[in-house]
Ligand binder design. Structure first.
Ligand SMILES: [Zn+2]
Length: 319
């Protein structure tokens, strides 16, 4: 079935095994981290990543797809260290995670120039290493598909078409970004069976999700634990219905967990937890609560579990 690039080199796709399709070993702003490194505790971040990945490994996870791109502090050396110390395979990406802003560097360069940066990460290596990207990442959020967001999507699409690399697109169902994101990919000639629309599980609107599925994409039910966007029981109801309707081969279940994240001051993070905005968010929540609940609902058996957590990530990552 081909090979997949990991931070430790190319592996046979069959070796991916049980895979979490959307997580982050660390999430932080690379500009802030570069300018005020003293505000970050690298050891604590490493420890948090090792702990989270080890917990996942204890549930049988063999591979983690790390969706951290530019503006999320992507650092493939950090990822490689976690992979080496845990024995869990980590799959890295290229792309830009922006809801609108682009640096002048990319504003003044055209779509093809941006795409060439992504292709270099895919074909040569990332950040001066020989670690190669296995997929492309872009995002659309509350601001919608702005001019800059469209530029990133077109660059990602062109890099995908040129190299045969799959795409993960962060979406925001609350403002229905995905139909336009898909439209751009279609205009650029992307193979829609290699596209994963992330965060569809934030929606309970089955018509919306099935409208995306009709385009041939994968849908990510991938923010389990982020109650602020959708509580777990509602996410489960949506997941169960999609599985019952026969979409098992197009569903990704994950947590979008960040082993560490710098978006909020520590006291704010504690307040979110206390207020119920996040609940049991971890790299094992889907195995501890979600899979048992889906089995209870009669929506998941061993075969569907294998399809969702092993076959789907492998099929998405390989041609
Ligand atoms: Zn993510």
């Amino acid at each position: 079935m081909g090979t997949v690039q990991t931070v430790q080199g190319a592996i046979d796709a069959e070796q991916l095994g049980l895979t979490l399709a959307h997580e982050h070993l660390r999430f932080r702003d690379e500009a802030v981290a570069a300018q005020w490194p003293g505000r970050y505790d690298e050891q604590a971040e490493l420890d948090a990543a090792l702990e989270a990945v080890s917990q996942a490994k204890a549930r049988g996870v063999q591979s983690i797809v790390d969706a951290t791109a530019m503006y999320g502090g992507r650092d493939v050396r950090f990822m490689k260290r976690v992979a080496e110390e845990t024995g869990v395979q980590v799959v890295a990406c290229t792309g830009i995670y922006s809801y609108d802003h682009l640096p002048h560097y990319f504003v003044t360069r055209d779509v093809d120039a941006m795409a060439e940066h992504f292709v270099s990460d895919i074909e040569t290596g990332i950040q001066g290493t020989d670690i190669r990207a296995a997929f492309l990442k872009c995002a659309a959020d509350a601001a919608g598909v702005t001019e800059n967001v469209e530029k990133i999507h077109r660059a990602v699409a062109r890099a995908s078409v040129q190299t045969g690399t799959p795409i993960m697109a962060h979406s925001m169902p609350a403002v229905s970004t995905a139909p336009r994101q898909i439209e751009i990919f279609e205009e650029e000639g992307v193979d829609m069976s290699r596209v994963q629309i992330a965060h569809c599980g934030d929606s309970e609107d089955l018509d919306y999700i099935e409208g995306l599925l009709a385009k041939g994409v994968y849908v990510g039910l991938d923010r389990y634990g982020l109650e602020i966007y959708q509580p777990i029981d509602k996410r489960n109801a949506t997941a169960a219905e999609l599985l019952r309707r026969g979409h098992a081969e197009r569903v990704m279940i994950s947590q979008d967990f960040c082993a560490s994240i710098d978006w909020f001051a520590p006291e704010a993070a504690e307040a979110f937890q206390a207020a119920g905005a996040i609940r049991n968010w971890s790299m094992t929540l889907v195995f501890d609560e979600v899979v048992p609940a889906l089995r209870e609902l009669g929506a998941m058996d061993d075969a569907i579990f294998h399809t969702v957590f092993t076959e789907n990530p492998k099929r998405w990552l390989t041609a």
